[in-house]
Design a protein around this ligand. Structure first.
Ligand code: ADP
Length: 631
């Protein structure tokens, strides 16, 4: 097959086309980030080569000095980024830059088509970086040759609907991306402009980023020099000393911030960081950051973790689940070990003592950082909690060893505050407990409002006992694992036979039980199969009735979670509690027949509604209400 015959034209996938359209038409700010994205891809390609070459040295083919070159040609109006990294085969080109199926693509489009400021800075987060070339270019070529192969391929596109692919020749492995600039983007054909962008965005790339050397004297006489055609001399533009390996005292906040942006693809400064050098038995360095904003895929199952593993300053792998537990998956940063072998694989990491120890210590560092933040910078901690609180609530479930420490970091809404702000810690709660109170009371519900207005809180309000209001999805899981804190039991106000230590009231209630014996027996018969028991309530003061679960019953919320996850969840039969002081309940004592059934059933259905559940037969419910309203 001749080289020409192998040229083919292919269509971009719909999503790729949408992205390209956006890139070419809608991004106006920070256009220069295309260079960051291309350099980042080139750097990744070099990392990949180094990783593969650990197993197969011949991939280097005698050239193991990995580097990235940036150049431009004023006359041709082009900017070129080349690398001697892994390169791509024909199929890889099609898979990687012809079609895009990354989970970020759709999210990116959603974000970009909303009211959001269309800022190009955001691109890096979504894994669509290559396409940012089309912000400034009207034509892009990618000439690439896979390490270990002799065949090269040339990809070309104007960023409209299609691209072409043809066989090509290339002397050595790696990738050359050439952007033909749009006429109004020619400012990028400038040595100083490009240098500044590299320094600003890519200074921390650990590989050398090279550009043609210029000095001021030459520049002035540019026209005269042109005729001479000197040998091109390259020089390194980025400083790239592994930041984390430097002394803490010598690193400025700006440097920490820039490094964070580089490794996280975030465009905002981080909220906080911790940088530690450990020497002795085991030597390693960790530089870990807490972001300000949550990534778009924080709750996706295939969310990539943000801690990179290095061994002796050499990048080994990204997103290893062995470096951070799941509930700290928002942490970004670098861990660099001196003790692991360079050819360490994911399998080795899985059962490696060195990694276990580093991970254990890193978790403690993050928890320590959060504790200090909570203590000294409450506003910052508030911001953190808003963003990552729900994820932190997975901590006591996942991390048994640090359960108490994580529990101290948790924050909840509470009846002590008049807002849905989650700002009350368990320690705050304990500090406000009443004399004789030995439990931490909470309620779980579907929403803050439902929790706040639940009839279960009535007696607590009356007695001035604080109740934590839990309405995050994860809360049910949390309280099923965190049953105790500081030797105090966590107790749901919607469960069990409430015993609020009120001796005076108790005798009255015993009296009342007698008065209501008949009502209770009849209601039990009527509601058989729906409730397990009917009893006089010690928690209601204003509402006529409420539903209560037994200590060991599964809550309605938990049941929903399990059902949504496709698991069988037995429905618990609640206890119906009635308020003997309430006029509607008092009336029941004189009722009979259909009237009694309607009235008693309604008391049950009201309790269901107050708990956020729908009556089983809602049409029947409406009819019943209307009958009672006299219609
Ligand atoms: P991301 O880099 O976030 O995956 P991109 O759209 O920037 O998204 O790149 C898509 C893919 O194309 C990369 O994941 C990589 O496989 C491939 N690629 C891009 N640039 C290069 C390069 N210089 N060398 C080798 N592969 C590359």
């Amino acid at each position: 097959m001749s080289v020409e015959a192998a040229k083919e034209t292919m269509e971009f996938q719909t999503e790729a086309r949408q992205i390209l359209h956006l890139m070419t038409h809608s991004l106006y700010s920070n256009k220069e980030i295309f260079l960051r994205e291309l350099i980042s891809n080139a750097s990744d390609a070099c990392d990949k080569l180094r990783f593969e070459a650990l197993k197969d040295d011949s991939l280097y083919g005698g050239d193991s000095e990995l580097q990235i070159q940036v150049s431009f040609d004023k006359e041709a109006k082009t900017v070129t980024v080349s690398d001697n990294g892994i390169g791509m085969s024909r199929q890889e080109v099609i898979d990687n830059i012809g079609t895009i199926a990354s989970s970020g693509t759709r999210k990116f489009l959603e974000k970009m088509t909303g009211d959001q400021a269309k800022d190009s800075q955001m691109i890096g987060q979504f894994g669509v970086g290559f396409y940012s070339s089309f912000i400034v270019a009207d034509n892009v070529t990618v000439l690439t040759r896979r390490a270990g192969s002799d065949e090269a391929v040339l990809w070309e596109s104007d960023g409209q609907g299609s691209f072409t692919l043809e066989n090509a020749s290339k002397d050595s492995r790696g990738t050359v991306v050439t952007l033909h600039l749009k006429d109004d983007e020619l400012e990028f054909c400038d040595n100083f402009r490009l240098r500044n962008i590299i320094k600003q965005y890519s200074d921390h790339i650990s590989l050398p980023v090279m550009m043609e050397k210029v000095d001021f004297a030459d520049r002035k006489d540019e026209d005269e020099d042109k005729a001479e055609k000197k040998e091109v001399e390259l020089e390194r533009v980025n400083t790239a000393a592994a930041l984390w390996a430097r002394d803490r005292k010598e690193i400025s906040d700006e440097e920490y911030n820039e490094f964070y942006k580089h490794i996280s693809m975030d465009f905002e400064d981080p909220l906080s960081w911790t940088h530690n050098k450990v020497e002795g038995n085991q030597s390693y360095t960790s530089l870990l950051y807490i972001p300000k904003k949550a990534p778009f895929d924080l709750y996706d199952r295939d969310h990539k973790r943000g801690v990179k593993l290095y061994v002796k300053r050499i990048f080994i792998m990204d997103d290893s689940e062995h470096l951070m537990p799941n509930y700290l998956r928002f942490v970004k940063g670098v861990i660099d070990s001196d003790d692991l072998p360079l050819n360490v694989s994911r399998e080795i990491l899985q059962k490696n003592k060195v990694i276990d120890r580093i991970r254990g210590a890193s978790v403690k560092k993050i928890l320590g950082l959060l504790e200090t933040m909570a203590r000294n910078k409450p506003d910052e901690y508030k911001e953190f909690w808003k963003t990552f609180g729900q994820v932190m609530k997975e901590g006591p479930i996942e991390d048994y060893a640090n359960k108490e420490r994580v529990a101290k970091l948790l924050r909840f809404a509470s009846t002590a505050n008049d807002s849905d702000d989650q700002s009350v810690s368990l320690e705050d709660y304990i500090g406000r407990m009443q004399e004789g109170q030995d439990k931490i009371y909470y309620i779980t519900a579907d929403s803050y409002t439902a929790a706040r207005n639940s009839p279960h809180l009535e007696v607590f309000k009356k007695k001035g006992i604080e109740v934590l209001l839990l309405s995050d999805r994860v809360d049910e899981w949390l309280v099923s694992h965190l049953t105790e804190f500081d030797e105090k039991q966590l107790q749901s106000v919607a469960r069990g036979d409430l015993d609020l230590d009120d001796e005076a009231g108790k005798d009255d209630k015993d009296e009342l039980v007698k008065d209501y014996e008949k009502v209770i027996t009849e209601m039990k018969t009527l509601l058989d199969g729906k409730v397990s028991e009917v009893r006089i309530s010690k928690r209601l003061t204003d509402s006529p009735s409420c539903l209560v679960l037994n200590e060991t019953d599964m809550s309605a919320q938990m049941q929903q979670i399990l059902e949504a996850a496709g698991q069988y969840a037995p429905k618990a039969q609640p206890v119906l509690e009635i308020n003997p002081e309430h006029a509607l309940i008092k009336k029941l004592q004189d009722m009979k027949g259909d009237e009694f059934s309607d009235w008693a059933t309604l008391m049950f259905e009201q309790a269901q509604l107050a708990a956020g559940e729908m009556p089983e037969d809602s049409a029947e419910f409406v009819k019943r209400v209307n009958r009672l309203l006299g219609a």
